[in-house]
Design a protein around this ligand. Structure first.
Ligand code: ZN
Length: 204
């Protein structure tokens, strides 16, 4: 995803301003990796790059609200290099969808962009299996119980989608896990045997 901006403005570290990357080698030393988790229920392991904090939180917010899309490439490359996750052959990548109106307003779905980069790097297909059918409240200000209730029944399988045995579900951040669990439930009901998860960051 090279853009004209790459030519005009060189990237600089969001931590210290050094030119070259969004996260320089010095600032990288201070990032906290997130251990892989194995949630019970419909999700197998969930791989996340880092704790959702500090520099990583800043970058994800810049991706989402300032359209700094090219940072996705750097983060996905970095996450795959440190985690070296294994997903079975034939696993198809999908992503947490946004409500259509929201995606139109924002102009993009960051989870989809992350999924595309991940699919490109791992040689896996990326397909939309899910759609969001309720325009839910933002999860940010809700507690764990409210988050579960908020997303319940808000996703469904996309009409006509034929799901494979193994799916890798992608989102930007795992906080309570309510959204990804709900999506995994829908995928499992649609016949998927194993749902793996990937997010750039996770609340620890
Ligand atoms: Zn730096």
């Amino acid at each position: 995803m090279e853009t004209v901006l790459d030519v005009v403005l060189p990237r600089s570290c969001l931590g210290c301003g050094r030119e070259g990357k969004y996260i320089c080698e010095q600032c990288d030393l201070f990032l906290s990796e997130a251990p892989t988790i194995f949630p019970k229920g419909d999700l197998e392991e969930v791989v996340s790059g880092w704790e959702y904090d500090g520099l990583i939180k800043d970058i994800i917010s810049k991706i989402k609200y300032d359209g700094m899309f090219d940072a996705i490439n750097e983060l996905v490359e970095k996450a795959l290099a440190i985690k070296e996750p294994f997903w079975p052959a034939g696993t198809v990548v999908t992503f947490v969808p946004l409500f259509k109106k929201r995606e139109r307003e924002r102009g993009f779905n960051q989870a989809k962009l992350i999924a595309k980069k991940l699919g490109g790097m791992t040689g896996k297909d990326v397909l939309p299996f899910l759609e969001k059918i309720k325009d839910t409240r933002s999860q940010t200000e809700l507690d764990k119980v409210e988050r579960l209730a908020n997303v319940k029944g808000s996703f469904r399988k996309k009409e006509g989608a034929v799901c494979p045995n193994n799916v890798l579900l992608v989102d930007d951040v795992w906080t309570s896990g309510a959204t990804m669990r709900e999506c995994a439930k829908v995928l499992r009901r649609a016949g998927v045997k194993k749902v793996f998860g990937f997010t750039l960051a996770r609340t620890i």
